[in-house]
Design a protein around this ligand. Sequence first.
Ligand SMILES: [Zn+2]
Length: 183
Amino acid sequence: MIFIDSEGEPIQEFSAIYVRDNVIVDVFHQYVKYPFLKTLDEDHFARSHIHGLDIDFLEQYGLDNTDVLYSFFSSWLKKHSVTHLFAHAPSKEKNFLQLPIQDVHLKPWRERHVLSSHRNSFFMKMTSIPICNVSCNAHTAFHGWYPKRKANKLNATDIVKTEFGHHCSLYDCVECFLFMKES
Ligand SMILES: [Zn+2]
C-alpha cells in the first residue's frame, strides 16, 4: 500500500509512504519551488496559517516545478509496482497524478483528535521523528492555525485544528496509514 499527501496550492510539498506487511519501508518526500514572486504570494494565508512552508526553504531545496515532481514520483511509484494508492480527501492529488486514489476517510476533526493514529502522528511531527530516515522541518513560516472564513469565535472543530499546528504531508501520510491500521 502507498499513502500520499501534498501541501500547498499549487503543490509545494508532496509525500508518499510505501507500506509492506504493516511496516513503512520507503518514503518519497519532495518540495517544489514556489512559482510566484514573493510579492505576489497567492498562497500567503496557507503559508501563515495552514502548512507554513517557507519560501526560502523551497527556493533552496525545491524541485523546479510540478512537472519534475510528477516525473520523480512516477519513477518512484514504478519501483514498487503497487496499484493501490490511499489518501485523505485526495481531490487535488487525483487531479495532479491522474490516478485512482482511494479515500481513507479520516474521522471529522472532533472525533479524530482522540484517536491514537492522530495523537501518534502528531507527536512524530512535533518531534520531527524520521520516517525511514526522512523528517521534515520546512514549515517555519507557520504562525498558528486560523480559519480562513471570517470568525468572531472559534468553534469546537477550530480549537482542535489550532492544537494540531502546521500541516505536513509526510506526517499526514503516516496518520492515514495508522488510521487504516487501527480501523
Ligand atoms: Zn513537511
